[in-house]
Design a protein around this ligand. Structure first.
Ligand SMILES: Nc1ncnc2c1ncn2[C@@H]1O[C@H](COP(=O)(O)OP(=O)(O)OP(=O)(O)O)[C@@H](O)[C@H]1O
Length: 258
């Protein structure tokens, strides 16, 4: 049994604290993320969910005052303390999609093909196949297959967000970090993103920040509840939303604060 548990853990977060200058935003987090699972981060605004998420592919490095201590081991590599971390490679393996869809000012096709071409995939047929495969996986192909040369900005907000997911998928990541990907979307687009997340976990490991507790309950296997930079409880989602172990979790999910 023990061997199985170890094999199924894709990411080990150990004693992770994150500082912005002198201020500590995330305190001493420990958690394991299971392969092919969806883990939801919940908690009130400012409790450090996005900060921890961004540590997982070192996006925090872009903030000069930010410092991360502890370790995050992904498939055996400590991405925080690795001396010569290839950031591009890391962000390829650990893809990220943000709250606001941010497609390139390019065609739908180019949004997907641009980075793979830059990384050496030059053949038209190979790129065409990659674009189709990525758009299919992001459940967008049928909606855009006849307009691939149109601007990505001509898509709706929900379609743009699925395009951003397709763009991340095209890099063949193993982990997808989703930072409130549906918070700016209407209910139908939100539902499509949720359905997509459930499909994608067959192939990828997903960590999602969400303010929507119903969404966390619908789509995640594990839920982590944060409060003021600390991880209060991480548990199976079904247990978390029916009989949480910590009274603060119970208060939060029953709407008594936050
Ligand atoms: N670039 C930054 N510079 C300085 N402080 C920051 C920066 N980004 C976040 N913080 C601070 O770190 C703390 C955690 O913020 P973070 O965005 O991680 O929380 P969150 O739980 O994701 O919030 P929300 O749900 O509102 O997105 C907050 O106090 C925030 O003000």
């Amino acid at each position: 049994m023990q061997a199985n548990t170890v094999a199924d853990t894709i990411m080990e977060v150990r004693d992770v604290s994150v500082y912005y200058g002198e201020k500590r935003a995330v305190t001493n987090i420990n958690m394991d993320i299971e392969r092919h699972s969806v883990t939801a981060f919940i908690g009130p605004s400012g409790c450090g969910k996005s900060t921890l998420l961004r540590s997982m592919n070192r996006m925090n490095d872009l903030v000069p005052s930010c410092r991360v201590t502890g370790s995050i081991v992904i498939d055996g590599i400590d991405v925080i303390n690795h001396e010569q971390m290839n950031m591009e490679g890391l962000r390829q393996v650990v893809g990220m999609v943000f709250q606001r869809a941010n497609p390139f000012f390019k065609s739908i096709y180019e949004n997907i093909a641009f980075a793979p071409r830059f990384h050496g995939i030059k053949g038209k047929q190979e790129l065409d196949e990659l674009v189709e495969r990525s758009l299919r996986k992001a459940a967008l192909w049928d909606e855009v297959k006849d307009r691939l040369r149109e601007s990505a900005l001509s898509l709706s907000g929900g379609q743009q967000q699925r395009l951003c997911i397709a763009r991340a998928i095209a890099m063949e990541p193993t982990i997808l970090l989703l930072d409130e990907p549906a918070s700016a979307l209407d209910p139908i687009s939100t539902m499509k993103i949720e359905e997509l997340v459930l499909e994608l976990k067959e192939e990828y490991t997903i960590v999602i920040v969400t303010h929507n507790l119903h969404q966390a309950a619908r789509i995640s296997d594990k839920t982590a509840f944060f409060l003021m930079g600390e991880l209060v409880e991480m548990n199976d989602t079904a247990k978390m939303f029916t009989s949480p172990e910590n009274e603060k979790t119970e208060a939060y999910i029953s709407g008594r604060f936050g």
